[in-house]
Design a protein around this ligand. Structure first.
Ligand SMILES: [Ca+2]
Length: 177
């Protein structure tokens, strides 16, 4: 079931599905909407440290969420949930990139298979920066961000900075499911 009237290219599927179905849905969404996004997000309403079966699968255009004390989506509690975003990121220019997360609570970020940010702890809104990573212009790199919310506020953002670009949320145009 997809939500009617979903905004900003986001559709939310309320299905109990396996990973293969999630990937198929991501392809359908991409064709239908022609959106360029980070891939399916997995929400687990009860697993604090482990991301298991998803309660929601959807495609987010960016990772730029200030949920605070709200739920990330239907069927998910406001506390004790987790999210995994997967996809690819395309470097617009050659050079050293610094990836950053803003999170409350735990966060881990992989770029091109390397764990570049690891702050899998309970904390208030915190910015973490990767070491500089040399990327090639036009190349797409695998990216994965995992996040969990324990209690109180929830925040999850994914940013970058590179030569000629101050720190900003990674835009939809550079993300691919
Ligand atoms: Ca929190």
């Amino acid at each position: 079931m997809c939500a009617e009237g979903a905004q900003a290219g986001v559709e939310v599927f309320l299905l109990a599905e396996n990973r293969l179905l999630r990937e198929a849905l991501a392809k359908i969404l991409r064709k239908k909407n022609d959106i360029r996004v980070v891939g399916a997000a997995s929400f687990s309403p009860s697993a604090l440290k482990q991301i298991t079966d998803a309660a929601i699968v959807r495609i987010d255009p960016t990772v730029n969420f200030t949920w605070l004390q709200a739920s990330p989506g239907p069927g998910v509690a406001v506390d004790n949930f987790s999210v995994r975003w997967t996809g690819q990121v395309q470097a617009p220019v050659a050079g050293n990139y610094t990836f950053s997360t803003v999170s409350d609570d735990g966060v881990r970020l992989w770029v091109n298979g390397l764990l570049v940010i690891d702050n899998w702890t309970n904390h208030g809104t915190t910015t973490n920066n990767s070491a500089p990573i040399a990327l090639v212009a036009g190349t797409k790199y695998d990216i994965r961000m995992e996040f969990y919310e324990g209690t109180w506020d929830a925040v999850a953002r994914l940013l970058w900075a590179y030569p000629g670009q101050a720190q900003t949320v990674i835009p939809q145009s550079r993300l691919f499911p």
